[in-house]
Design a protein around this ligand. Structure first.
Ligand code: HEM
Length: 406
């Protein structure tokens, strides 16, 4: 039988110009749920000729759970780099937790996981609630919701946890934006994307030096003191840990909040319902609806079969969360934004495997607090222009969202 193929590259930024390509994903789910996407060698930063696109919920779960078959390390979990990705740079990616396999992954994740448990995150609640109220109250009558509201709480929260002082937080924010926005001319001037990464890594090293003499109650100090098998983390391991947390903490929750606000403004009856009942189910519907990360990928460690499709050792397999989260076999009326949806087994935070989002509890708390603050202080918030989408095949982002707050 011929291999199911698609001519759409679901990692191509141009495919997301109008948002998640719902029709194309629905077609793939129905007719070619595990389909081969040819790519020109090197065009996505990988020295191979394509990847398998996995679009159904059940198959994304299978891949994400099975790290014995599907490696995050071999060709990295990230679906697309610039065509200028060199072998050296791919090697550097291996210092990032996302791109590790067990047992290395288990050891590294354990260093920080205690800081992100439901209990640890609950202890941040009062401070973040106050911060959310301040962020919302400082907005004028109208403005850009993304820059003025959606960005702020995730930035302040991750910066606080890492131990980044207030005066440096916007530098960290800008470096993180430049790394993630490398396909978007607004955030990248076409210069080498390694530059903001180098700046952030350099900044992390100065923090490490400081904590060696002045330890604090923050993640940087935890990482500086951490040992695996009696050895401290190398400077690369340390730097990339900080970089990943800064980027992951900043770039994702912001988009969940922006997509959620847009969905509320486009579905005023859901906003009304939210304001009057504040259902706890709203947060997960916001994450499902927005699906802030389009995809992560794995590499088959050995020949295998997924949903009847043969996959050869060494081939890449990309899991499209934005498709799985609208899978009609799992979600009733998936294209309805329903903040009372329950159950809501969305895969916005990844499947259920070892790499399940470390920050999911924190992200849920941030989303909950910011929408509560908006509902308290800006009940009449309305859209005042067209949203501008981030040009990216990886992050499903909104970069500007003009609104009238009051
Ligand atoms: C992993 C999504 C917020 C930190 C992941 C993964 C997804 C995801 C899909 C899985 C990666 C994989 O399977 O390879 C999201 C979304 C968020 C969010 C949609 C917001 C709504 C956060 C926050 C943090 C964070 C606030 C804060 C530190 C991480 C880390 C990993 C991760 C460290 C890697 C875990 C590992 O490899 O073991 N996230 N994330 N995320 N996320 Fe999140």
């Amino acid at each position: 039988m011929a291999e199911p193929r698609t001519r759409i590259d679901f990692t191509d930024p141009d495919v997301y110009v109008h948002g998640i390509p719902q029709e194309e994903f629905a077609d793939a789910r129905a007719h070619a749920p595990v389909c081969w996407v040819p790519q020109e060698r090197g065009s996505a930063g990988f020295d191979d000729d394509g990847y398998w696109a996995v679009t159904r919920h059940a198959d994304v779960m299978t891949v994400s759970r099975d790290s014995d078959t599907f490696s995050s390390r071999e060709k990295t979990a990230i679906v697309r780099f610039g065509a200028d990705m060199t072998q050296d740079r791919l090697e550097m990616q291996r210092y990032i937790l996302l791109n590790m396999d067990p047992p290395q992954h288990t050891q590294h994740r354990a260093i920080v996981s205690r800081g992100f448990t439901p209990r640890a995150v609950t202890s941040l609640r009062a401070a973040l609630q106050e911060r959310a109220a301040q962020i919302v109250s400082s907005a004028a009558d109208a403005g850009d919701f993304v820059n003025e509201i959606a960005c702020e709480l995730p930035l302040q929260a991750i910066a606080e946890l890492l131990g980044v002082p207030q005066e440096d937080r916007h530098d960290v924010f800008n470096w993180s934006n430049a790394m993630i926005g490398q396909d978007d001319p607004e955030f990248s001037d076409g210069s080498d994307p390694i530059e903001p990464a180098t700046s952030l890594l350099g900044y992390a090293m100065t923090m490490a030096e400081d904590r060696k003499t002045c330890p604090r109650d923050d993640i940087v100090t935890t990482l500086v003191n951490a040992e695996i098998g009696g050895e401290h983390l190398s400077s690369d391991e340390f730097g990339f840990f900080v970089l990943m947390l800064a980027v992951a903490g900043n770039e994702t929750t912001r988009n969940a909040i922006s997509h959620g606000m847009l969905a509320f403004m486009e579905h005023p009856e859901q906003w009304e319902l939210y304001r009057s009942t504040r259902p706890r189910t709203a947060v997960d519907e916001v994450v499902r609806w927005g699906s802030p990360i389009n995809a992560f990928q794995r590499t088959a460690k050995h020949d295998t079969v997924l949903n009847g499709q043969s996959i050869r050792a060494g081939q890449r397999v990309a899991m499209f969360y934005g498709s799985a989260n609208y899978d009609e076999n799992v979600f009733t009326d998936p294209h309805t934004f329903d903040i009372t949806r329950s159950p809501n087994p969305h895969l916005g935070f990844g499947g259920s495997g070892a790499h399940f989002c470390l920050g999911a509890n924190l992200a849920r708390l941030e989303i909950d607090l910011i929408f509560n603050a908006i509902a308290d202080q800006m009940p009449g918030i309305t859209l005042a222009g067209s949203p501008a989408r981030l040009r990216s095949g990886w992050i499903n982002g909104i970069k500007h969202l003009p609104v009238r707050y009051r």
